[in-house]
Design a protein around this ligand. Structure first.
Ligand SMILES: Nc1ncnc2c1ncn2[C@@H]1O[C@H](COP(=O)(O)OP(=O)(O)OP(=O)(O)O)[C@@H](O)[C@H]1O
Ligand SMILES: [Mg+2]
Length: 491
C-alpha cells in the first residue's frame, strides 16, 4: 500500500495555509510529521482524512487518485484519524462513542451486551487501563478521553491511521501501550502518520520524519541521522543551548500553603507549600488526582476538609472569583472547556479574566492583547481579532497562558501548560516561568511530562492515587525514581 500526497494547497478565507505540500508513505511505516505550532500539520492531515477538501494537488492511494469530500469518504478508504481536538460526544457512553454507526444488532434492535463487550475487547487489546465502556465520556479525564478516541479509530483495522498529538496527555503505561499499538499496527501493514512535539518520541518511533514550516515541507529526515537539537534548530531557525533554565535558589515566605486538603474519591490529606520565587513541580500519572487538587485549591471544586492559606492569610471563600481577587490564577489543561471561549476573539479571551465590565477601553484591550501575542509569539501575528478556534492547537494553549498572565498573579497554578506546544515555544515558556518566579511569584507546575517536571522545578512533589507519595530534589533524582514513586514501587 502506497500513499502519495503531491503539491497540496489549501486556503482558508483567501489565506493560503498549505503551499504545495508533498508527503509519501508505505504500509508498515511510521511517518512522523513535525513542525512548530501553526506550521500546518493538522491542516495537512485533515486534507488527508477528508475533513478539508484540498484546493489543488493530488492524493494517490496505490497510484489511484482519490477525491475525498468528507471524513466518511476517508473512512471508506480505510483512513482513520484521531484529531488533535477531542471529538467525543460527552453525553454518550464510551461504547456509543466508539461504535457509533456500527453498533451490533440482534433482531433489528441494538445488542447492548455485545456492544459493550466489543468496546471492552478493543480497549483490552490496546492495553488501555481502567476505562468503563458504560461510562459517559464527559465523566472521563482528558487522558482517558484521548484513549477512547484512539480505541474508536481501531474498530475496523485501518489501512492508514493518522494520530495528531496522541501522546500529549498520556504518560507511563498508557504511553507504552500507545507505542506498542503503533508497532503492532505497522507490523500488520498499516501506515501510521504520527504528529508529535515530543521529539524524543518521534526519534524512537518513526521510520522517517517530515518537517513542516510555515505551510511547506522543508526537510525529510532519517531518525538515525538526526537528533533533538538539530530538529529544534531546523524548526525554529535558531540554536538552543539549554532547554531548562538554571534552578532558582533564593526563596521567600510561603505564598501558598495547603494543609490536609481532601476530597474523598479524588485525593486525601494533601499538604504542600509554594514559596515566593519557587517553582514547585507536581508530577503524577492520570488518575493521581493532580488536576482535581489544582481545581480545588483554585476554588472550582469544594474541599471536604483542610485549609488553604494565601500570602499568610486563610482563604475562606472557596470560589475561583475569591482566588482571583487574592491573585491566585489557574491555567487549566482542558483549554477547550475551561480555558477559552472558542468563538470569541483572541483579544477578548486574553482580557477576559481581568475585564471589569464594559469600561475597559477597546484601545487598551488591544494594546494588552498585542503585547501578549508578541511576548508568547502567538501565530499568526495578526490574530487579535480572529476567533480562537481558527488558531492551531499549540497557539490556543498560548492564549490560555496569556489570559492568566494578565491577572498578574502572586500564585500561579499551571496545569500542563506546555501540552501541545512546540519545543521552541516550550523553551520560551520555561524562560517565562523562570523570570516570573525570579520576580517573586510562587508557581505550582503540574505536569505529566517527566522530563519537564524534573527539569523545570526547584522541588518536586509526586502524587499517586490521590495521596502525596514523595517530595524529591529534582537536581539529584532520576526519571526512573520519580516514575517508581508515581506507580508505588520505589526501591
Ligand atoms: N479553519 C481555519 N480557518 C482559518 N485558519 C485556519 C483554519 N484552520 C487552520 N488555520 C490556520 O492554518 C495555520 C496552520 O494551522 P494548523 O492547525 O494546521 O497548525 P499545526 O501545525 O497543526 O499547529 P499545532 O502544532 O499548534 O497544532 C494556522 O495559522 C491556523 O491559524
Ligand atoms: Mg495541530
Amino acid at each position: 500500500m502506497k500513499l502519495e500526497l503531491e503539491s497540496v494547497r489549501k486556503s482558508f478565507g483567501g489565506v493560503e495555509v498549505l503551499h504545495g505540500v508533498s508527503l509519501t508513505g508505505e504500509g508498515g511505516q511510521v511517518v512522523a510529521v513535525v513542525g512548530a505550532n501553526g506550521a500546518g500539520k493538522s491542516t495537512l492531515i485533515k486534507v488527508l482524512s477528508g475533513a478539508h477538501p484540498l484546493d489543488s494537488g493530488t492524493l494517490l492511494l496505490n497510484g489511484e487518485r482519490l477525491a475525498l469530500r468528507n471524513p466518511r469518504d476517508g473512512i471508506v478508504q480505510g483512513i482513520r484519524t484521531v484529531y488533535q481536538e477531542l471529538s467525543l460526544v460527552p453525553e454518550l457512553t464510551v461504547t456509543e462513542n466508539m461504535l457509533m454507526g456500527e453498533l451490533p444488532k440482534k433482531a433489528g434492535l441494538i445488542d447492548w451486551k455485545a456492544a459493550h463487550q466489543r468496546a471492552q475487547e478493543i480497549l483490552d487489546q490496546i492495553g488501555f487501563s481502567g476505562i468503563d465502556p458504560h461510562a459517559k465520556t464527559r465523566q472521563l479525564s482528558v487522558a482517558k478521553q484521548q484513549m477512547v478516541e484512539i480505541a474508536k479509530s481501531l474498530v475496523a483495522e485501518p489501512r492508514i491511521l493518522i494520530l495528531d498529538e496522541p501522546s500529549a496527555v498520556l504518560a507511563g503505561s498508557d504511553l507504552d501501550a500507545l507505542f506498542a499499538l503503533v508497532r503492532k499496527l505497522t507490523a500488520g501493514g498499516t501506515l501510521v502518520i504520527y504528529i508529535s512535539h515530543r521529539l524524543v518520541e518521534v526519534l524512537e518511533l518513526a521510520d522517517k520524519i517530515i518537517m513542516m514550516k510555515d505551510g511547506a515541507t522543508i526537510a525529510e529526515l532519517e531518525p538515525a541521522k538526526t537528533n533533538e537539537d538539530e530538529m529544534i534548530h531546523l524548526m525554529a531557525g535558531r540554536k538552543v543551548d539549554q532547554i531548562y533554565p538554571t534552578r532558582r535558589e533564593d526563596f521567600g515566605q510561603a505564598l501558598l500553603r495547603v494543609d490536609h486538603l481532601a476530597r474523598p474519591g479524588e485525593f486525601e490529606d494533601i499538604s504542600l507549600q509554594v514559596r515566593a520565587g519557587e517553582v514547585v513541580g507536581l508530577f503524577g500519572l492520570v488518575g493521581s488526582g493532580r488536576s482535581e487538587l489544582a481545581e480545588t485549591v483554585f476554588g472550582a471544586r469544594r474541599p471536604v476538609g483542610g485549609q488553604i492559606n494565601l500570602g499568610g492569610q486563610p482563604l475562606r471563600a472557596r470560589t475561583p472569583k475569591a482566588a482571583l481577587r487574592r491573585r491566585m490564577a489557574l491555567v487549566t489543561e482542558d483549554r477547550g472547556h475551561t480555558g477559552l471561549v472558542l468563538g470569541m476573539s483572541v483579544r477578548d479571551n486574553v482580557i477576559l479574566a481581568t475585564m471589569k465590565g464594559p469600561l475597559l477601553r477597546m484601545r487598551r484591550a488591544s494594546a494588552r492583547a498585542a503585547q501578549r501575542i508578541e511576548q508568547l509569539s502567538i501565530k499568526p501575528a495578526d490574530c487579535a481579532a480572529r476567533p480562537v478556534w481558527q488558531l492551531s492547537g499549540g497557539n490556543q494553549q498560548k492564549v490560555v497562558l496569556a489570559k492568566w498572565l494578565e491577572v498578574a498573579p502572586q500564585v500561579l497554578l499551571l496545569d500542563e501548560p506546555t501540552r501541545g506546544v512546540d519545543m521552541a515555544t516550550r523553551i520560551d515558556i520555561y524562560r517565562m516561568v523562570d523570570s516570573l518566579a525570579r520576580s517573586g511569584m510562587g508557581i505550582l507546575l503540574i505536569s505529566s511530562d517527566l522530563t519537564e517536571a524534573i527539569g523545570a522545578s526547584d522541588r518536586l512533589l509526586v502524587m499517586r492515587e490521590g495521596t502525596m507519595a514523595a517530595e524529591l530534589d529534582p537536581a539529584s533524582v532520576t526519571e526512573e525514581e520519580v516514575l517508581a514513586y508515581s506507580i508505588g514501587t520505589p526501591t
